[in-house]
Design a protein around this ligand. Structure first.
Ligand code: BTN
Length: 246
């Protein structure tokens, strides 16, 4: 997909930009539709949590149809993290703190979460696979998310508005998805991901659905799984979990 394949519709208020994108897809919308909203009244986070969505922050979703063959879709979250990290870095002040990615796709500044990403997909009535990448960035307001410390871009001296930030995101996502190349370019995307990843080499704890494991974060493997070196000398590959530093 090139930059020309993406369109943007800005709404004042919506239930959830993710839901809106999926509804459009069910009615036949083409891949590459971005929907942003000033405010969401039913913003959704991961694991069924609500996502604070009052005006002042960025709420954006991108619809992709037949984004990649199923077996290559697992690498998409890493590509999304690379794009968001790039967009946020572009609005940071000179000499501002680093913007880092926490596996797989949280974006942190000074170890505080400034963004949430929710990727959802479904088979559409016509049999195509629709997928939506939902991105919420704390520009001006940081609701307490519970699990991790949070911050806003304003806390770090960013003056850009949600619209200005979106313009960078629109561009960086187009570039990163082109590099990702329907999953064929995952090696190049993972190189970028590693350059901006936080915590590699550090001790971390990973919360899995049924337990927590601690160890040394040894990086990611070729498919994007987290490599955790545990005390017993083994290395575990983790496909999904919540990572905590220290
Ligand atoms: C998380 O829990 O960390 C993910 C939060 C994702 C929030 C964004 S805001 C835009 C899009 N629309 C939603 O309803 N959720 C996502």
């Amino acid at each position: 997909m090139s930059l020309d394949d993406f369109r943007h519709e800005a709404l004042a208020e919506v239930g959830s930009t993710n839901t809106e994108c999926l509804e459009r897809a069910r009615k036949g919308a083409l891949s590459g539709l971005w929907i942003t909203a000033d405010r969401q009244v039913d913003g959704r986070g991961r694991r069924g949590r609500a996502w604070f969505s009052e005006p002042g922050n960025l709420y954006a979703s991108l619809l992709l149809i037949e984004a990649a063959p199923m077996e290559r879709l697992g690498s998409l979250p890493l590509a999304v993290a690379v794009a968001v990290q790039d967009a946020v870095s572009r609005v940071m002040p000179l000499n501002g703190p680093e913007v880092l990615v926490k596996w797989p796709n949280d974006i942190l500044i000074e170890r505080r979460k400034i963004c949430g990403i929710l990727i959802e997909g479904e088979t559409l009535p016509d049999g195509r696979h629709g997928l939506v990448i939902g991105i919420g960035i704390n520009v001006a307001v940081a609701p307490d998310a519970g699990l991790y410390p949070v911050a806003t871009l304003r806390d770090f001296g960013v003056s850009a508005s949600p619209d200005e930030l979106f313009a960078y995101l629109f561009q960086s996502m187009a570039e990163t998805l082109s590099l990702w190349n329907r999953g064929r370019g995952i090696a190049a995307v993972m190189e970028r991901w590693k350059q901006v990843a936080g915590g590699i080499g550090e001790n971390i704890t990973v919360n899995l659905p049924d337990r927590s494991i601690s160890g040394r974060f040894a990086g990611i493997d070729d498919t994007g799984f987290l490599k955790l070196e545990t005390e017993d000398g083994g290395t575990r590959l983790i496909a999904a979990g919540d990572v905590f530093f220290g």
